[in-house]
Design a protein around this ligand. Sequence first.
Ligand code: TPP
Ligand code: SF4
Length: 345
Amino acid sequence: MNNTSENIKEKQLSAKDFATDQDVRWCPGCGDYSILKQVQSILPEIGVKREDVVFISGIGCSSRFPYYMNTYGMHSIHGRATAIASGLKATRPDLSVWIITGDGDALSIGGNHFIHLLRRNFNVNILLFNNEIYGLTKGQYSPTSPKGQITKSTPMGSLDHPFNPLAVSLGAEGTFIARSMDRDPKHLREILLRANNHKGTSLVEIYQNCNVFNDGAFEVFTEKGTKADETIFIEQAQPLIFGQNKDKGIKLDGFKPVVVNLNQESANDLWVHDETDRVKAAMLVRFFSDQTQTERLPRPFGVFYREERYSYEEALAAQTMDALNKKGKGDLDSLLAGKNTWSIR
Ligand SMILES: Cc1ncc(C[n+]2csc(CCOP(=O)(O)OP(=O)(O)O)c2C)c(N)n1
Ligand code: SF4
């Protein structure tokens, strides 16, 4: 009897198989729990073996994530998860690599590494937990804190103009730019799956409530009473419609997005979302931070932009093969020694 295929058949994994026995050290009520749960729940669906998954983080509350994943992982140094993930992906392109980072970790100390990972387009997924505060170091303002934010380090209000993470990512030539939130598990799941399916660097900004140092920062987008009017869920090839009664839409007046009342105006003229349109993506990412806007626009969630582009590791493998074919296997010792070496006696 040939039972080999039976023996080697992989056990169907569940979300529980991706959880560890570690005590979770996040504060009760922290938005990180919900994100952890959704990530654990999509991995069995992706069908990747635990030993082929790696979570790499920097430093921060969010960066404790790898301890709670029953996969390979590395809790690295501040802002450098991107650099470590790039090195790993260059040598082991077969692995599923996830970068976990916070707004401080990614955009402050790790800002430089973050933008270069995006332009290189390694096939990895970045989950940027944005809570608009430094959580782990107890509530100093971060690069995404709004101007005027009172924190322990800005007692009279922050003077800094904040970063817009999605505008930065688009400007850094990212090929998959999306936003979701901790309090909408269904949407988060969907976006995580899409990020995983994208070949290239996927950037998912996740609004995450830090209920200890910045509670309610995203309340209007997450709470039942306000969510429908304050958010817009963008979907490929669908018109931009929102509101409690789905009676509001967005159309373009030249290059200016305007809200229209669908009880008075036709839905035929509405802006139809196209994830491959970079110009419109540049407008969508600025819906809330564009100072020229006179009208309050809803905050978009979903996939803003995606583009097919070669990944760095693919190009690297092809170039290495080309070099081998042309020059044969090299000798590292003689390369390091170079042509001009001498001994001192
Ligand atoms: C080189 C270095 N500089 C500063 C720190 C202090 N530090 C630790 S976490 C952190 C900020 C983390 O904030 P964020 O990335 O937003 O993550 P959160 O804790 O909010 O999840 C800072 C400044 C450090 N650990 N190492
Ligand atoms: S300090 Fe904030 S981000 Fe950190 S674990 Fe507590 S609630 Fe979460």
